[in-house]
Ligand binder design. Structure first.
Ligand code: IMP
Length: 185
């Protein structure tokens, strides 16, 4: 079966292909803008996005939404992560946390999958801390200021290692489990 991955980020298509092709699921990239509702809840953004896509007659697809939730900033930037990354960037987040002792944070990734008339929504989480400065060249977004092991940032570890522990990797594992439980794969 072919699943459309609805995203503006071709990197995500490759990631899903890598994890799901072994179960006979092929990925196809579809760029289709959809409204992201104003809410602090990733699941709600994904669920409303799926309603809109289904209303356009599209079936068998995956959408996802992710973000960084910082404890001491009461979950900011959260669902506004893409905007925060574009505007204040990593230096802006570090500035907001200047002198803040509690560095706890988590990445969350919510995947919505419409498949064979069924709807699956799962959320993967990766807990960690915000560093005091940017470090590392790999990855993207908030990777240079997030560490899951307190030693190396996501920008300083190989991609395979990041995928094994990351919010997106964990969300994909939950999706596979759910597809198995429902006998879809
Ligand atoms: P989206 O799910 O592609 O909309 O991601 C929202 C924003 O969250 C991105 O622009 C990134 O800044 C940030 N983000 C999501 N996942 C990651 C990650 O794995 N590493 C670093 N930043 C991320």
């Amino acid at each position: 079966m072919k699943l459309k991955v609805i995203t503006s980020n071709p990197g995500k298509v490759a990631e899903y292909e890598k994890s799901l092709s072994q179960f006979g699921l092929e990925m196809e990239h579809l760029k289709l803008p959809y409204d992201e509702v104003q809410t602090a809840d990733l699941e709600e953004v994904v669920s409303k996005g799926m309603d809109e896509i289904v209303s356009k007659g599209i079936r068998n697809f995956i959408v996802d939404d992710s973000g960084l939730f910082v404890d001491s900033l009461k979950g900011f930037p959260g669902v506004w992560s893409a905007y925060a990354q574009k505007t204040i960037g990593n230096q802006g987040i570090l500035k907001l946390m200047d002198g803040v002792e509690d560095r706890g944070a988590e990445f969350r990734c919510c995947i919505g999958c419409d498949i064979e008339g069924q709807r699956i929504i799962v959320t993967g989480i990766c807990r960690g801390t915000i560093t005091h400065e940017e470090s590392g060249d790999a990855g993207f977004g908030f990777d240079p200021i997030f560490t899951h092991d307190g030693e190396r940032t996501f920008s300083e570890i190989p991609m395979d290692e990041k995928n094994a522990v990351s919010h997106r990797g964990n969300a994909v594992k939950l999706l596979i489990e759910e597809l198995r439980t429902r006998n879809i794969i």
